[in-house]
Design a protein around this ligand. Structure first.
Ligand code: UGA
Length: 441
């Protein structure tokens, strides 16, 4: 065993990545300050309130906050002077052309450099295009005389499973210009991975690109199974069976083979566009990535068309109950959510919608106040006076729904299951119409 050295860390940015990083490092005994420029967020955190929903995070934050290992502040100077290692967990939203907006990362790098009072290791955890570490290094060197190093450490956690992912990572990637510069970050992660061979040290450019490569590959895998689902619908085969066959081949693996309404969230759509733009700027046309992005956009259109055609043919009134608003289950995040895109498209095309989501309704109200009236207090209320049920997010609570109640009490005539959540055999016995992704009754 290696001796455990507790380190002073500052985490800049208290979003999904920053807060999870801070809480997990603090839980191992490190002293952590989380810095944010959002007063309301910091106030909430100081009162023990987590600004978003993420399973297991609240308990983790509260424990370390109470024992003093985790602190929250708005004071940049205090946070920077305190730390040996500073993690940048800041947003890198897409610009109009799809490239990443680095203004937050670069501005903060400039600001913090002026407060360096000793050697600092600055770590980029935000997903940043290749070359960003070099840019940060340049900016910091112009604003401090202290010694420092800049290290890339992309984060691979998933929303909804972020704490588990951080505590049990498949691998940790550290990009640095030397082993010595990587070493402080390497030591930190030894507490999480007892197998050093899972901590991969490399140059910063490879580290930066590895994150995009992983996300782009997963998104492409998903886009591929969605294409297979679409062909299955046409040919009358069952994509679930096909995914089982594919997934049992170890070279393919069984994850990311669940077809649906396409990928959303704060990462895949943004990261794919950014990688496409990086490739373009480097003079390389990444054709496969383009196809993945286009295929993903088409996925919603195909589902919408199925709904629209049903109502055109049946002549029924366009009243639909929608289950699910978040981009996937176990989060309250609506960013780039296919479910929200679908709901808005339905509303704009004259459908009367009632919607319910276990965690996403507060954000929906905030982001789309003009549509707040569609929200219902529970999943069954959504179905009152509705002809159809649309399942747009794969919450387990929806999978457990009482199908007889749906059919008999609410007289739902048709289900459009955008997540293949319902068991085909159970639906079959109900005698209602059922459309899913790549499976037919
Ligand atoms: C993704 C990556 O999985 C993380 O490794 C990465 O760290 C993160 O982005 C990031 O870059 O920060 P996340 O956005 O939380 O994590 O979401 P995923 O669980 O990967 O799901 C992405 C999308 O694919 C969701 O819309 C989900 O519904 C969809 N999906 C996923 C499917 O439709 N089917 C599947 O089989 C898997």
């Amino acid at each position: 065993m290696y001796p455990v050295l507790f380190v002073k860390l500052t985490i800049i940015g208290t979003g999904y990545v920053g807060l999870v990083t801070g809480a997990c490092f603090a839980s191992k005994g490190n002293q952590v300050i989380c810095l944010d420029n959002n007063q309301e967020k910091i106030q909430k955190l100081k009162m023990g309130e987590i600004p978003f929903y993420e399973p297991k995070l609240e308990q983790l934050v509260l424990t370390s906050y109470k024992n003093g290992n985790l602190k929250f502040t708005l004071n940049q100077q205090e946070a920077v002077e305190f730390a040996d290692i500073i993690f940048l967990c800041l947003p890198t939203p897409p610009k109009e052309d799809g490239s990443s907006d680095l203004s937050f990362v670069l501005k903060v790098s400039e600001e913090i450099a002026t407060f360096f009072n000793s050697h600092k290791t600055v770590v980029t955890k935000s997903t940043v295009p290749v070359g960003t570490c070099d840019l940060i290094r340049e900016i910091i060197s112009k604003n401090t005389k202290q010694k420092f190093s800049v290290v890339s450490n992309p984060e691979f956690l998933r929303e909804g499973k972020a704490v588990d992912d951080f505590n049990n990572p498949d691998r940790v990637v550290i990009g640095a210009s030397s082993q010595t510069q990587a070493s402080p970050v390497f030591e930190l992660y030894r507490e999480f991975l007892f197998d050093d061979s899972k901590i991969l040290v490399m140059d910063t450019k490879s580290s930066e690109l590895s994150k995009y490569a992983a996300n782009a590959f997963l998104a492409t895998k998903l886009a591929f199974i969605n294409e297979i689902a679409n062909i299955s619908t046409v040919l009358g085969s069952n994509v679930d069976q096909i995914a089982r066959v594919m997934g049992m081949d170890e070279r393919i693996g069984n994850q990311f083979l669940k077809p649906g309404l396409g990928f959303g969230g704060s990462c895949f759509p943004k990261d794919l566009l950014s990688l496409l733009q990086t490739s373009k700027q480097a003079g390389y046309e990444f054709k496969l990535l383009k196809a993945t992005i286009e295929g993903n956009l088409r996925q919603i259109e195909i589902f919408y068309t199925t709904i629209q055609e049903y109502f055109l043919k049946s002549g029924k009134s366009k009243r639909i109950g929608v289950w699910g608003l978040t981009f996937k289950a176990n989060t309250d995040d609506l960013r780039e959510s296919p479910a929200v895109k679908l709901v808005i498209k339905l509303l704009q095309n004259g459908f009367q919608i009632k919607a319910y989501d276990p965690k996403g309704m507060q954000n929906f109200k905030m982001l789309y106040p003009q549509y707040a009236h569609i929200l219902q207090t529970d999943k069954y209320r959504c179905l009152e006076n509705s002809e159809a049920l649309v399942i747009a997010t794969e919450w387990q609570d929806f999978a457990k729904a009482d199908l007889n109640k749906i059919r008999k009490q609410f007289q739902i005539k048709v289900i459009f299951d955008g997540r293949n959540l319902m068991d085909l055999k159970s639906v079959q016995s109900l005698g209602l119409e059922y459309f899913s992704i790549g499976r037919s009754l």
